[in-house]
Design a protein around this ligand. Sequence first.
Ligand SMILES: C[S@@+](CC[C@H](N)C(=O)[O-])C[C@H]1O[C@@H](n2cnc3c(N)ncnc32)[C@H](O)[C@@H]1O
Length: 208
Amino acid sequence: MTDAGHPGRVSYPPGFFDRADPADDTRFYGPPRLVQHIDDDAIAAVGAFYDEVGVGGAVLDLMSSWVSHLRTRPRHLTVLGLNAAELDANPMADERVVQDLNADPVLPFADASFDTALCTVSIDYLVRPVAVCAEVGRVLRPGGTFALTFSNRCFPTKAIRGWLAADDEGRAAIVARYLREAGVFDEPVAQRRPSRGDPVIAVRATRR
Ligand SMILES: C[S@@+](CC[C@H](N)C(=O)[O-])C[C@H]1O[C@@H](n2cnc3c(N)ncnc32)[C@H](O)[C@@H]1O
């Protein structure tokens, strides 16, 4: 099956971006959850990956909460998520933006204003992920990195069906596909990171 808007491109299967709970995300994410969404080993693996990427300078943490999993405080950290209380509790944040990316994927930032963008254990909740990845590309400077991590845990009613149906390798392929289709990144690199606890898969791509 090809995509009508993009001749030659294979479209996503019907229902791929559907969710069991299609209601406004602000409802589900209304109550603050000041919790860890992955175990300690996985958190360590995520932090080590972001260290390896060299997260620094002006950083955007997309779909953020009270923790950004960075071991070193960047020069300037902007956190964007759905829950103001969670973002307010993020001790590294310099700037906080509450925005529903499923309602509006356009990021309220200038072109090329960030060195690095992150998205930790959250890409599975986006219903227009390619549009969001293209926006991340717009706000990253050329040579900047978009680094994403995920595990096998999620809020299943809010994750897209295509994600729930995939295994770890399939999910890495899904994220790599989003990044390719955003059209502004070099070829993404996906890898399983060492973790004795929850699995950690990382995908990174460089802004062309
Ligand atoms: C599993 S939590 C992960 C939070 C954080 N990144 C972490 O690693 O602990 C998912 C986060 O995604 C954010 N989120 C979910 N749907 C969103 C949406 N439609 N727009 C923006 N943020 C969203 C929520 O605010 C929530 O904090």
